[in-house]
Ligand binder design. Structure first.
Ligand code: AHR
Length: 501
């Protein structure tokens, strides 16, 4: 059997996991909000119209922060449309997704939902069609206690206490020509710096995320980040990254190899942040916010037909990717990659949370179910909090068309506060099981407690409303631990959670 060797030691650490690494994202897009989290009249709706069945699934995932309201949507959004009596709110055209937006869910409703979900809100401001003025007003509305026009209006609208939104995105993907109000790097850098400056004047306790490249393949990648940071270094706290992967070519090996590319993307952004830091003689370090990441490709053609039809529906079913088992494997590898960068990636948002490229799906008026990608996220969120140990990993290589030779195993280990240890591992080898040999002599007290495995014989297997449990985690066969050496078989194409305590 092929072998992957791993050495772990408490003294070799990457860093503490910021719980916001397990964040997510809800955009006013498709059915994420309407018939997703919010469906008044649904048998499971609460007094505010939020679906309790969906809330239960979100709570199970334990998502500490949720980005809102976009995404591309935010670049044409007037937040004032979503406050005050619902019956007086305007219905507007959303150009980002060729849809109509009736504004039944606005700032206060969303903050109320997030509280019920046990999450905090990462709020994005519109730097596409709007700018400094609306940004400062929104912070005043959300965070100023009272005694000013916007804060008093919030009180009048039923929220006596400030909403206390502590994390803010300065626009979204402003480098992309598809963005409403797309900007050059210099144009964006100026408005981000000026908006951020006054936002912090109103509430100095907030943190700001600068909009980075929309993906690694953007021609302006690198120079965009540099220009933005050279202008706004002292104002912002995080640089954002976005990346989606797909397997439209049906090349599973290349698809599963993409975590290697994601790893290089993170290294690249860290280098740029630190280069600007050195140039500016700054003591401050900019951290990373990987605030959109996932697999996204299944729905592309179908959605294009809708956009081309120009019918402007309310909550049309868009970006409703049905995820397969192989998608769950890449999501697992992407989570491992994020954990391996816990020293610099402090925030990450799986995009998105409900119905839109999401782990949770709903039927309008009907049930809710877990997609395949739900499970690696659940495991990482549940067992991946603590200190990430720097793994020395020597895994066999596999050949891929897209990225050449890559290791066939991705793995990382997290030590929890109680001293227990969890190893997350993906075997991407399409033909071979791999024997994981982990040298744990630095942890003589640990015993193997459990081995959870996600595997399906068919890489295209998926969960649906009718068959929600096709791809679910099961107990793995476990392994042995003798004299501090763990041996455990990683089945060909599997996600593994190995718990020691
Ligand atoms: O998450 C879907 C979309 O992907 C977001 O609106 C946008 O920011 C990105 O391009």
């Amino acid at each position: 059997m092929k072998m992957a060797r791993m050495v772990l030691d408490r003294d070799y650490r990457i860093g503490q996991v910021d719980k916001r690494l397990f964040g997510s994202f809800l955009e006013h897009l498709g059915r994420a909000i309407y018939t997703g989290i919010y469906e008044p009249g649904h048998p499971m709706a609460d007094e505010e119209g939020f679906r309790k069945d969906v809330l239960a699934l979100v709570k199970e995932l334990n998502v500490p922060v949720v980005r809102w309201p976009g995404g591309n949507f935010v670049s044409g959004y007037n937040w004032e449309d979503g406050i005050g009596p619902v019956e007086k709110r305007p219905t507007k055209l959303d150009m980002a997704w060729s849809s109509t937006e009736a504004n039944a869910v606005g700032v206060q409703e969303f903050c109320s939902w997030a509280k019920k979900a046990g999450s905090s809100v990462m709020m994005a401001i519109n730097l596409g069609t709007r700018g400094v003025d609306e940004a400062r007003n929104l912070v005043e509305y959300c965070n100023h206690p009272s005694g000013s026009y916007w804060s008093d209006l919030r009180v009048q609208n039923g929220a006596k206490e400030p909403l206390n939104v502590k994390l803010w995105c300065l626009g979204n993907e402003m480098d992309g020509p598809w963005q409403i109000g797309h900007k050059t790097a210099v144009e964006y850098a100026r408005v981000a710096h000026e908006a951020g400056k006054v936002m912090k004047w109103i509430d100095p306790s907030i943190e700001l995320v600068a909009s980075g490249s929309s993906n690694l393949y953007m021609p302006s990648f690198g120079s965009w980040e540099q220009t933005v940071l050279e202008e706004a270094y002292d104002t912002v706290d995080y640089m954002s990254l976005h990346q989606y992967y797909g397997n439209a070519e049906g090349d599973t090996a290349s698809f599963l190899a993409r975590s290697v590319e994601m790893d290089a993307f993170i290294d690249g952004v860290v280098s740029i942040c630190d280069a600007v830091r050195a140039k500016m003689h700054s003591k401050k370090r900019i951290h990373l916010s990987f605030d959109e990441w996932n697999v996204w490709f299944h729905s592309n053609g179908r959605d294009q037909d809708y956009y081309d039809s120009r019918v402007w529906k309310q909550a049309p079913p868009l970006l409703e990717d049905t995820y397969t088992f192989e998608d769950a494997l890449l999501v697992g590898s992407m989570l491992i990659t994020l954990l391996k960068h816990a020293d610099r990636v402090k925030i990450a948002c799986m995009a998105q949370l409900v119905n839109v490229i999401a782990p949770i799906m709903t039927a309008p008026g009907g049930g809710a179910w877990r997609q395949t990608i739900y499970y690696p996220f659940l495991h990482a969120s549940r067992f991946g909090r603590g200190t990430v140990l720097r793994p020395v990993l020597d895994a066999p290589q596999m050949q891929t068309k897209a990225l050449g030779a890559v290791p066939n195993v991705d793995a990382v280990a997290v030590e929890a506060e109680d001293g227990s240890l969890t190893i997350f591992a993906v075997n991407k080898d399409m033909e071979n099981d791999v024997l994981l040999q982990a040298d744990l002599r630095a942890f003589p007290e640990l015993k193997l407690r459990s081995h959870i495995q996600l595997h399906a014989d068919d890489v295209k297997a998926c969960n649906t409303l009718e068959a929600p449990d096709c791809v679910v985690p099961r107990n793995g066969e476990g392994g042995t631990i003798e004299n501090g050496r763990l041996e455990l078989r990683l089945q060909s194409l599997s996600w593994n959670v190995i718990r020691l305590g």
